[in-house]
Design a protein around this ligand. Structure first.
Ligand SMILES: O=C(O)CCC(=O)C(=O)O
Ligand SMILES: [Fe+2]
Length: 357
């Protein structure tokens, strides 16, 4: 087991227990919603306990990721999709997440496998394939149980994301169903990440990020991760902080859509993953799986009532979620710098690069 960094007294990701939301009294709901609002305004990340996702579902996901990522490179590469199709395999050193903010960097170390809502699986619902392309599954005889385990996690993480949008609506003083019309055809994607070096390589080059600094693009992300150091988030004071989920907790972070809806009252927090290394500079393997609950591609985000101070202009112009996500993915996957993320890139460029580890 890798050594964990010492705990950081100044910076904590708040722990929120959602187990009793459905049955709690109005006063209990208000207390929980107040804690969520405080975390969303200051940190932009939460640790969710009481989420009800069985350990077995997470264990099966981890096993499925091991099965897939240990396939020979040529089997994995056969599942690559073009950059504008956010599905299938991404080899190591192919993407640059910081280009989603328009900030240049070397290619990120991670390899990944993406699955999402498959529009072709439900022809009657007429979901546009540009936003709902077919999934690319590995052959079952090469990866027994993989698809079942991933689909099970996808359903559970999606259920938690939807519960969170109801809690978020409450925390923003809105009707609990406020986000439903913007999320009933949500373009959700699960990105399974593996931070590992190609066979034969043991050391990571200087300046190589596990995953470059970025904000998540949609409404809310449910993040399962190994309890191995690497993830850092940018605090409001402009310093990077190490983050490790507590045992059994799932990290959750807010994405750009919530920052835009709330005119930056809530934070779409910058985060990055350093290559996890031991004292000799050797990479320690780390896995994560980010479930992105992004919203309907044609939902237009404009600031919520009360979020824009009187006599000021909104910080962001209205935008359709699909258009926003396409511009971000064109940066990270197609390496065409996103020119439209000036607020986030300014935060990144003024961040202090030392972390408090
Ligand atoms: O690996 C992690 O902990 C973070 C992954 C992440 O930020 C992402 O996939 O967007
Ligand atoms: Fe992320």
């Amino acid at each position: 087991m890798a050594e964990l960094p010492s705990s950081d007294d100044r910076f904590r990701v708040p722990v929120i227990d959602v187990s009793h939301w459905a049955t709690s009294s109005a006063a209990e709901r208000t207390a929980l919603a107040t804690a969520v609002d405080e975390a969303a305004r200051t940190v932009g990340f939460l640790q969710i306990t009481g989420h009800g996702i069985p350990d077995r579902v997470a264990d099966d996901l981890a096993t499925a990721m091991d099965t897939f990522f240990s396939l020979p490179p040529e089997e994995k590469r056969a599942l690559c999709a073009p950059p504008d199709v956010n599905r299938g395999y991404t080899p190591p050193k192919a993407e640059k997440l910081s280009l989603s903010l328009g900030v240049s960097s070397p290619e990120d170390l991670f390899e990944a496998f993406n699955v999402g809502v498959d529009g072709t699986a439900h022809p009657s619902s007429a979901l546009p394939t540009a936003y709902f392309p077919a999934n690319r599954w590995p052959a079952p005889h090469l990866t027994p149980g993989f698809r079942e385990a991933v689909e099970s996690w996808f359903a559970h993480a999606g259920g938690l994301a939807r519960l969170l949008t109801r809690i978020f609506a409450h925390a923003l003083g809105l009707d609990e169903d406020f986000f439903r019309p913007c999320t009933d055809r949500s373009v959700d994607v699960l990105r399974m990440n593996n931070y590992a070096l190609p066979d034969g390589e043991t050391h990571v080059e200087r300046d190589r990020m596990g995953m470059g600094a970025h904000t998540d693009y949609g409404i809310v992300t449910v993040l399962w991760a190994d309890r191995v150091p690497g993830l850092q988030i940018l605090g409001p004071e402009g310093r990077w902080h190490d983050v490790l989920p507590e045992e059994g907790a799932l990290l959750v972070n807010l994405g750009d859509a919530l920052a835009r809806w709330t005119n930056d009252r809530w934070r779409s927090t910058l985060h990055r993953v350093l290559p996890p290394t031991d004292a000799d500079g050797r990479l320690i393997r780390r896995r994560s799986a980010a479930y992105f609950h992004d919203g309907n591609h044609d939902a237009v985000i404009s600031p919520l009532p009360g979020c824009v101070p009187r006599n000021t202009e909104p910080l962001y112009p209205p935008i359709a979620i699909g258009e926003h996500i396409s511009a971000k993915l064109a940066g990270s996957r197609a390496l065409r710098p996103n020119e439209d993320a000036t607020r986030e890139s300014a935060r990144l460029l003024t961040a202090t690069d030392t972390a408090d580890r």
